[in-house]
Design a binder for this molecule. Structure first.
Ligand code: FAD
Length: 284
């Protein structure tokens, strides 16, 4: 019953199924490719994930599109529930993927996950950036700490994806209203834009997209100084419009069979999708 809606958000069960989508998107946009999977604790699944990412990179290089496609990687898919004990193994797996990406002429952004993972994820990215300085990190504007994290990394030259945040955190760690989260997003983006980081504005929210465009114009940010990022299947017409205006737009494209948690986060963000799910349709 969920299939039409799932296929709106997920590019395919396999790389072969997702590649035509990626080839089409890179005609006017950029892509961040995510192999779905999270909370893996089995070593053999981690090895499979590393092998799969290196295969992906080989295919992108063969196609001559590796410079337009980066990878998004969740540390919880690399063998840890993000505990201190698992840190060395998770870091080693992430380093292998970053090395393969670097060799193919592209890079990795490490997704940010839920409660208790922020500090560990930031320290893994800090380690990865020693050898692979283009490795990106994600900051979640709904967290009260994020403005201070932005100031801390302001002069590190890091690629930073700023998003609202899709995971649960303790109530006292997050802003509670939608407008507070937007205000935090605006403050954080202002810090990033006036620093030497490379901001990646990950939102579909028209008010924040307008704010980013105005900020870029006021601070004379050019096409190469920042990018917009949106999910595959969400506001595609807006993606095309921004790209046609000359902005750099990257589409986050998930693929694989482990789609359930990703799909449920997209449903939770936009409950009207449930209506389409119950009717067995993909929404307009
Ligand atoms: P919203 O207010 O949720 O949405 C604005 C408008 O966009 C809605 O009114 C609607 O028109 C449309 N829209 C948004 N979501 C949907 C949907 N599911 N279905 C249909 N329409 C929709 N979060 C993390 O915690 N960690 C990450 O690493 C992370 N990476 C991300 C990478 C990218 C490229 C993007 C775009 C988001 C990422 N997120 C991540 C998710 C993010 O934190 C938000 O949960 C998500 O983007 C929804 O917030 P919004 O800013 O788009 O605003």
């Amino acid at each position: 019953m969920a299939r039409p809606l799932v296929s709106r958000f997920i590019a395919g069960d396999s790389l072969e199924a997702a590649l035509p989508v990626v080839r089409e998107l890179v005609q006017d946009r950029y892509v961040s490719l995510d192999h779905l999977g999270e909370f893996t604790t089995d070593d053999s699944i981690v090895r499979d994930a590393v092998t799969l990412y290196t295969d992906v990179l080989d295919k992108l290089a063969d196609d001559g599109i590796a410079d337009r496609v980066e990878l998004s990687v969740k540390l919880s898919s690399l063998g840890s529930a993000l505990t201190r004990d698992a840190f060395p193994a998770t870091l080693a797996a992430a380093q292998e993927i970053c090395a393969a990406a670097d060799a193919a002429g592209t890079c990795v952004t490490v997704d940010m996950e839920g409660a208790g993972t922020t500090d560990l994820t930031l320290s893994v990215v800090r380690e990865l950036r020693r050898d692979f300085p283009k490795t990106g990190l994600v900051l979640q504007a709904h967290l009260r700490r994020t403005e201070s994290d932005c100031r801390e990394i302001a002069n590190s030259g890091t690629r930073v994806r700023l998003c609202k945040g899709a995971y649960q955190h303790p109530a006292d760690a997050v802003y509670s209203t939608r407008e507070e989260v937007r205000e935090s997003f605006r403050r954080c983006l202002s810090i990033l834009v006036s620093s030497d980081t490379y901001p990646m504005v990950a939102t579909h929210d028209p008010r924040l997209i307008d704010f980013a465009a105005g900020l870029a114009a006021r601070t004379k940010c050019g096409r190469g100084d920042f990018e917009y990022q949106m999910f595959y299947g969400i506001r595609p017409a807006e993606q095309v419009r921004l790209a046609a205006e000359g902005a750099k737009v990257r589409v986050y494209v998930p693929f694989g069979t482990e789609w359930y948690p990703y799909f449920m986060r997209r449903l939770a963000e936009h409950p009207s999708n449930l209506f389409f799910l119950l009717r067995g349709e993909g929404p307009a």
